[in-house]
Design a protein around this ligand. Sequence first.
Ligand code: CA
Length: 395
Amino acid sequence: MSLRIAEHAERTDPGRARRGNEDSFWIGPPAFVVADGMGGAQAGEVASRIAVETFSAEIGADGPPEHRLAGAVRTANARIAETARTHRERAGMGTTLIAALVGPQDVALAHVGDSRIYRLRDEALTMLTRDHTLVQALIDQGRLSEEEAAVHPQRSVITRALGAEHEVEVDTRTLPARDGDVFLLCSDGLTSMVDEDTIARILVGAGSLAEASAALVDAANAAGGRDNITVVLFRLEEDGEDGEGAAAGPPTEAAEAGPPPADHTQVFSAAPAAPPRSDVAARPGARRRRSRRVTVLRRGAITVLIVAPVLVGLWVATRLVYFVGTDSHGLVAVYRGVPYDLPAGIRLYERFYVSGVPASIVPPGRRRTLLDHSLRSERDASDLVDQLELGRVAR
Ligand code: CA
């Protein structure tokens, strides 16, 4: 007696807070894969797409299932790392990856990062992967409880990703499977928004996997949809015949790559403080030398006529560019303007947005490219800080 894939369903959604979708997936029964990319300026979309494309091309190799999985993941890792190394605008990109390969009696799994695989059996949901995250490491060391981890500000900082280095450690395991087992592969856009009891209730209550996948995405969006959401579901059943005939689909295409970030030249440095205030109070009195005062005013008016267009131009320019730096409290912040001071203490920038992320938690290898005061579009600067706030920065 062997198992066949009786049904599968998959869905991806940008969520309600993100403009793009950095998740990718590929369905090629008996193989399934989900990748959740990270990196500013749309590099995360590139990383997750390379991951699933490479995986889909490599998983057909010969060998035991776990070897095939690990081999495909390692090849994907090398390809992403190489792309990041040779394309400056892709530097620092990475992705998680989870994959399942269904055999006649069992299911082999592979995993790197904080995307997860669950199994629903007899209405009970079991997590089959262990997150490669900072908080999971702290839990394992007994330094953090599950409850504390759930609200920890750095709860989605991951400790392993594809693309960070030329070698990656891949966790693999094989579990015996049974008739009726439902497997769920998902990105953290689901699990950070929807608790496991709710996920189990949706899976148990849905009439089909298609219905379940839609309900899971809806639940994540109803809870805020702070991140991209991807769910892939498949159900196994016993079958004496040869199983599954579903065709392999192409990897999902994420959005096009955006504009490259500005060139990096600056160093990680000084904390700009709040912009200066120039509330000038009118002072009464001193009316004696009226004629002189008029002269000064007239000269001032002429100067203003000449200088004002230049100043206005400069001011407009400083409205259009942004950079990422650190504020006086050591928090990563987005500034509007250019990172320079004029004489007389006039700053050409103002604080636009202060994140909740201390610069000290940004891994040293990433600090230079993140906090270098490069001029960026508002979108690029905001994307970078989004990634930081969601903790999606590897090493
Ligand atoms: Ca995510």
